[in-house]
Design a protein around this ligand. Sequence first.
Ligand SMILES: *Cc1c(COP(=O)(O)O)cnc(C)c1O
Length: 459
Amino acid sequence: MKNIKHSWAEPYKIKMVELLKMTTAPQRKKALQVAGYNTFLLKSEDVYIDLLTDSGTSAMSDRQWAGMMMGDEAYAGSRNFYHLEEVVKETYGYKYLIPTHQGRGAENILSKILIKKGDIIPGNMYFTTTRLHQELAGGKFEDIIIDEAHDPENNHPFKGNVDLEKLDKLVKKYGAKRIPYVSIATSVNMAGGQPISMKNLKDLRAYTRKHGIRIIHDMTRVAENAYFIQEREKGYDKKTIRSIVKEICSYTDGATMSAKKDALVNIGGFLAINDWDVFEEARNMVVVYEGLHTYGGLAGRDMEAMAIGIGESVSDDHIRARVGQVIYLGNKMIEYEVPIVKPIGGHGIFVDAKKFLPHVPQDQYPAQTLAAEIYLDSGVRTMERGIVSSGRKPNGENYYPKLELVRFTIPRRVYTQAHMDVIAESAGRVYERRKSIQGMKMVYEPKYLRFFQAKFEKL
Ligand SMILES: *Cc1c(COP(=O)(O)O)cnc(C)c1O
């Protein structure tokens, strides 16, 4: 008897396909020059496999598409809003819901309500839009993630954990009154999709309760975090993803959600909160920035697709295939000796550009350079998560993040295993010629979130 492997596979089949354009190396070279070596500025038509982001790029199910036909496009009181409200309450347990056009819409409203000038917002690593809204509201972000998260080689199973001592120092230094909330991301994006453990969350809840500090949950990838808890944390292997997700949310006071990630829709988000006063203010403010509180910048059909997508996102079979595909790609890259962040995260592979291109100094943008080279090699589009994404401090100085990463983000339910092979092979090929790769200089820098629109030239 041969020892035959027991593979899992996707819990769906393909009903419709989207044709892709295959490009030649000279075409890609030209496209890259026009885009100023910024993968965000490439035309998606010129991209073969698009790993820029997992945001809004999911394939919706037949049920979600059917739901879109059930859109109730009334200005006020759309039935899709009430469906979404019921699903959010049932799935996540939060009491009150404000839909927004996407995650940052919720961040804007929440930051304006909770943050006063001079406040401190501790969090388990920054996220670009989240921190910017905290700063625009007059607050200052302080990183309280465990040190292991900043080390791409460290195999800690929960690199998204909070270091409670770091938090305690902040509380002692500034006083709990100046800390409106602790900002907790599940499946920490900027650390490489690394999870926070249930135990750490419980300890954090106990600590913050003692000091009267809220926990606001950036729940963009909560289901993926739940998968790692199921896999790695004692006592959770028999629990469903659905029940783990609900337990995570129960230790927090409210959440901002970009439904473009976990919730399997192309647009949408929300703010969810247990506190009536905050809800009331948010319900008022959403009218100014997004739209009436029963649509928040979304069409009725978008809210319906989101309600159905949330249900699908917490299915055990879905999440096993989703994260399983990411892990498959990561292991392929390791086979080709490409240096990646470990352990492999939930939504993508993060290549360590400092290790990949040790001869390129950080102010010559190693991760930006590597993302450009990968595109040139194969038409695979990735993105920089390093010094460019990190931006400047309010005083104008550059942030110098420890991590200089290229993110290969995997859209949900979109690409096949053969695509994963092509991606890993491309990274392997570029790695083989790494010594010949030179850095870049920035020739155009926008004021906000510069990584989206900055332009570069080869040195
Ligand atoms: C994408 C994202 C956001 C912002 O959401 P948008 O829908 O892009 O506005 C916030 N936090 C995290 C962790 C994200 O990944």
